[in-house]
Design a protein around this ligand. Structure first.
Ligand SMILES: Cc1cc2nc3c(=O)[nH]c(=O)nc-3n(C[C@H](O)[C@H](O)[C@H](O)COP(=O)(O)O)c2cc1C
Length: 137
């Protein structure tokens, strides 16, 4: 079996997304992720995305390349790109939350590359996992 991989990035929407536009993006993404055996989490706050993708290494790499080319967002910055032992969002073809700006700032500040450091990319994953556990209770 191909090794499991996890990738987390942040990006900025080119134009801010309406609820309808986000729903459409999610519906397509969930359908495709289910086919690809990819799971994860997408957060959206006021024009900012943070996404975690997890799945077979090569598949995640190819999907991320495609996502990077998507003209609806730009300024993509990878925060985590590493093998993992298990999925954290295994129940979700793509879990989704719209978050408010204070929440976003907390998550983004805690996940900033200079804080997480190259030796601790999994800290970013832990922040997302904690956030998801708290907000889905
Ligand atoms: C912030 C963001 C996150 C996305 N996440 C996913 C995703 O998880 N899975 C996916 O298939 N497409 C995702 N997309 C859409 C892809 O960039 C691309 O449009 C899609 O894979 C093309 O699907 P298609 O092969 O059905 O045309 C995302 C796009 C954006 C802007």
């Amino acid at each position: 079996m191909e090794p499991l991989h996890s990738l987390v990035y942040v990006s900025a929407a080119v134009d801010s997304f309406s609820d309808d536009a986000l729903q459409e993006l999610l519906t397509r993404a969930r359908r495709k992720n289910a086919q690809l055996d990819v799971t994860g989490l997408l957060l959206y706050a006021d024009g900012n995305f943070m996404q975690c993708l997890e799945g077979p290494q090569a598949t995640v790499g190819r999907l991320f390349e495609e996502i990077c080319r998507d003209p609806r967002h730009h300024r993509v910055i990878t925060l985590v790109d590493e093998p993992v032992a298990q999925r954290e969002f295994g129940d979700w073809a793509m879990a989704y939350r719209r978050v408010d700006l204070p929440q976003w700032l907390r998550i983004a500040a805690a996940s900033a590359p200079d804080r997480a450091g190259s030796n601790q990319p999994s800290a970013v994953r832990e922040i997302l996992i904690d956030f998801w556990r708290t907000c889905s209770r």
